[in-house]
Design a protein around this ligand. Structure first.
Ligand code: NAD
Length: 427
């Protein structure tokens, strides 16, 4: 393929995120032979709220922000999903992420639907005063549809435990009662769960271990490359190195990638990033171009940063035997075909990064019961849920003779469709 054609093909693969989610949805619906009425009921979000609201800035002036909260499905339980602060937030992105949450919760069989929220803003340009005021006003704007039994937000890109604390406080003060269960991912001091911070990475490493067992790839000494060195990526590096003796040979962040043929201790990389702001420059490693990490000669590749990074062209050069999607949507749909042809075993995002929402569910259960668990209890329950989900998806992939992504979507969609069927139509 010449370069022009290749660029065109790459451009075509850059789908609108909601179209990308719909593509996976239709493939799964076809596999299940889902009838048109149920398809139409599930395809689009139940509710899309757009809010425009003023915030008083530090200089005394007002600025108007736009935010969204989309509830894709409440068929299996209250809607659940994070809040993103980013200049590129769009309604279609939020719709896509909300639908992903529906299928992620159904994949691991926790009793939630799916939702997502976002505010168009550049949090790097806002100080803490402005972030707090924006968060509180946004919470107030969406409080008509959120609540512990309705829709439970959590952190996502550029929001964190502090953001959740402001949301929980705003909601509780307006209600005149203590409502810890309105959000998850809170600080421990106000009802956060032990193990939540590591949960996404822990779940990801649990599914990698199951996949490696299934494929008979020994994890001890397995070569691991990780794109993104934040919550999901850095903790995955730590856990796979410490608990399975795997060899982390390359990691990257937004400033570049580092590589060492013999592997390195990810704890050193974490310390280096904390000190310098990047993994680049880590002693004993060589710097390589950021994108090169995806096509390195390794056994396990963990994309843990961005969407749409594994295009068909990149997929052609992927050498890993297992790709574990810690990030949401790192593989564009057409690249799946290429990875399948090459025999790469892909652990799809709705399974591989479901550890985070699973421990969010544990946090909500603890908030609702008032009884708090030890970290060992949290991790043991997480393992049980994630390993069961892996086994179910693997069985479905064998039954339907499809890849793990299609199998996970089909398994999840089947659960959502079943809930809708038994509930029937109101009124
Ligand atoms: P984070 O902000 O903690 O870390 C993101 C990392 O990606 C940072 O190290 C950043 O430098 C790096 N990055 C940004 N641009 C990059 C680039 N071009 N190349 C390489 N690295 C780049 O975010 P996170 O919470 O770790 O989330 C990462 C992904 O995992 C996202 O897709 C997110 O939706 C997904 N995810 C996270 C959780 C969670 O609980 N944290 C749960 C489910 C899914």
């Amino acid at each position: 393929m010449d370069e022009t054609n290749q660029n065109q093909t790459e451009a075509q693969t850059k789908l609108n995120p909601f179209e990308m989610a719909l593509k996976n949805f239709e493939l799964a619906a076809d596999l299940l032979g889902l009838d048109t009425e149920i398809r139409n009921q599930i395809r689009l979000p139940e509710r899309e709220l757009t809010v425009h609201f003023p915030v008083k800035m530090r200089d005394g002036k007002f600025k108007v922000f736009t935010g969204y909260r989309v509830q894709h499905s409440t068929a299996r339980g209250p809607a659940k999903g994070g809040i993103r602060y980013h200049p590129d937030v769009t309604l279609d992105e939020v719709k896509a992420l909300a639908s992903w949450m529906t299928y992620k919760c159904a994949t691991v069989n926790i009793p939630y639907g799916g939702a997502k929220g976002g505010v168009i803003c550049n949090p790097k340009e806002l100080n803490d005063f402005e972030l707090e005021h924006m968060t509180r006003r946004y919470t107030s704007e969406i409080s008509c549809i959120i609540g512990p039994t309705k829709d439970i937000p959590a952190p996502d890109v550029y929001t964190n435990a502090q953001t959740m604390a402001w949301m929980m406080d705003t909601y509780s003060m307006a209600r005149g009662e203590y409502c810890p269960g309105v959000v998850t991912g809170k600080p421990l001091a106000i009802g956060g769960s032990k193990g939540r911070n590591e949960a996404t990475a822990r779940g990801c490493v649990f599914v990698i271990a199951e996949a490696a067992k299934h494929l008979q790839i020994p994890l001890k000494g397995a070569r691991v490359a990780i794109q993104g060195f934040g919550n999901a990526g850095a903790i995955s590096a730590q856990l796979i190195h410490d608990n399975y003796d795997a060899k982390v040979i390359a990691v990257s962040d937004s400033r570049g990638a580092v590589f060492c043929e013999n592997g390195f201790d990810p704890h050193r990389a974490i310390e280096h990033k904390q000190r310098t702001g990047s993994v680049v420059g880590l002693a004993g490693t060589e710097t390589i171009p950021g994108d090169a990490i995806l096509t390195l000669d390794c056994d396990i590749l963990i994309p843990a940063a961005l969407e749409n990074v594994i295009t068909p062209c990149v997929a052609n050069s992927v050498k890993a035997k297992i790709v574990a999607e810690a990030a949401n949507g790192p593989t564009v749909p057409d690249a799946d075909t290429v990875l399948d042809q090459k025999g790469v075993f892909v652990l799809p995002d709705i399974l591989a990064n479901a550890g985070g929402v699973t421990v969010s569910y544990f946090e909500w259960v603890q908030n609702n019961s008032g009884l708090y668990w030890t970290e060992d209890e949290v991790n043991a329950r997480l393992k049980q849920i994630i390993v069961t989900a892996f086994e179910e998806v693997l069985l479905a992939s064998q039954k339907y003779k499809v890849n793990m992504r299609r199998a996970a979507w089909a398994r999840a969609l089947d659960r959502v469709a079943e809930a809708l069927k038994v509930r029937g139509i109101y009124p």
